[in-house]
Design a protein around this ligand. Structure first.
Ligand SMILES: Nc1nc2c([nH]c(=O)n2[C@H]2C[C@H](O)[C@@H](COP(=O)(O)OP(=O)(O)OP(=O)(O)O)O2)c(=O)[nH]1
Ligand SMILES: [Mg+2]
Length: 327
């Protein structure tokens, strides 16, 4: 934190229906008239969790029963820099109302509109809308059938974001598999990103592109518009900052722990993840040796969640691994 940066505790309060509680900022205040996630300044002697509890009581009459870190955003407003320390709250008690007279409303997660919020909230809204796990396909070389069966088990168990990455397939075979996987994902309300060219994404009807780090560095602008998702793999600060400059939707940082797919790579460790997440202004998934039980450590390290490969595909029951992430 820089010395004049305001540290703000922010709560994304989600109910069982998947609606989020938002409040309108008074017109005479900084960012007045815009909608916000409730919260306020962390006071001297308080930690963020304590500040959040105090603010949600003062502003909404709401007491937190369960909360976890969602994302931390450093943003420079012309007036002053802020650090928004955002937590996701999915269990609470009390009957919330605008205790300071501010209008409040419950809004479905998918209807949160970036333009109704302060500029720093763009990444928060993406983080609320993205799931806690990102599934990456195995590098399929031959028969697709086993993969499609396992993928369906994962989708049934709650996977909402899948990347298809098959470097050994011919262009024709890749397109056929991508089309079949897209149909399966859409049937379950999930989104499919292709580790392929943006043109391939358009012709297969997929939902976005996932860029390897080398491709990311060659780009000077976001390759697809905001109707599509654009993600990238990053391994160091330079790549993370480039992805943020291009306005991508999220990144995957690796390897956090030792991994059988890249035995030669030096792991970043949890401290490395925390440091790279702090550099990012967009959501970050942790990849490399990740299992569902690593989720709390990933959240503590500032990540959106975990990206997984072998933990799922090498499991006897891939659906059970996914359920461990979504429970
Ligand atoms: N609570 C909240 N603040 C946000 C969001 N997005 C965003 O840019 N901000 C900025 C606006 C403000 O500059 C700052 C919050 O400061 P504030 O003045 O409202 O803090 P506070 O609730 O403690 O208010 P006060 O005690 O000073 O009256 O963070 C958001 O979603 N929620
Ligand atoms: Mg406030």
């Amino acid at each position: 934190m820089t010395s004049n940066e305001l540290h703000i505790a922010v709560g994304v309060i989600v109910n069982e229906r998947g609606d989020v509680l938002i409040a309108q900022r008074p017109s005479d205040r900084h960012q007045g008239g815009l909608w916000e996630f409730p919260g306020g300044k962390v006071e001297a002697g308080e930690n963020v969790r304590e500040a959040l509890a105090r603010e949600l009581d003062e502003e909404l009459n709401l007491a937190i029963d369960r909360a976890r870190p969602l994302i931390r955003i450093h943003h420079d407003y012309p007036e002053y820099p802020v650090l928004l320390d955002v937590w996701r709250i999915d269990r609470w008690h009390g009957e919330p109302f605008g205790r300071e007279g501010q209008p409040i409303k419950w809004q479905p997660i998918e209807h949160l509109d970036v333009s109704a919020f302060p500029a720093a909230n763009r990444a928060i809204i993406h983080a609320v809308q993205l799931p806690a796990h990102y599934l990456i396909s195995p590098d399929i070389a031959g028969d697709h059938r086993v993969f499609l069966e396992q993928a369906e088990a994962c989708l049934r168990a709650g996977t909402r974001l899948l990347q298809l990455r098959c470097r050994r397939l011919s262009a024709i075979d890749f397109r056929e598999l991508a089309t079949a996987t897209r149909a399966l994902c859409h049937h379950y309300g999930a989104e499919l990103l292709l580790n392929a060219s943006p043109g391939e994404v358009l012709s297969c009807g997929a939902d976005g592109v996932h860029l390897p780090s080398a491709r990311l560095l060659q780009m000077n602008e976001r390759p697809l518009g905001s109707d599509y998702m654009v993600a990238a793999s990053c391994h160091n600060r330079m790549e993370v900052e480039h992805a943020c400059r291009l306005g991508l939707d999220f990144i995957v940082v690796s390897p956090v722990q030792p991994t059988s797919s890249h035995p030669e790579a030096t792991p970043l460790g949890w401290d490395g993840l925390r440091w790279l997440s702090e550099c990012a202004t967009i959501p970050v998934y942790a990849l490399g040796g990740m299992q569902p039980q690593h989720l709390p450590q990933a959240w503590d390290g500032g990540a959106q969640g975990v990206a997984m490969l072998s933990a799922v595909w090498q499991a006897a029951d891939p659906g059970a691994v996914v359920r461990d992430c979504t429970g």
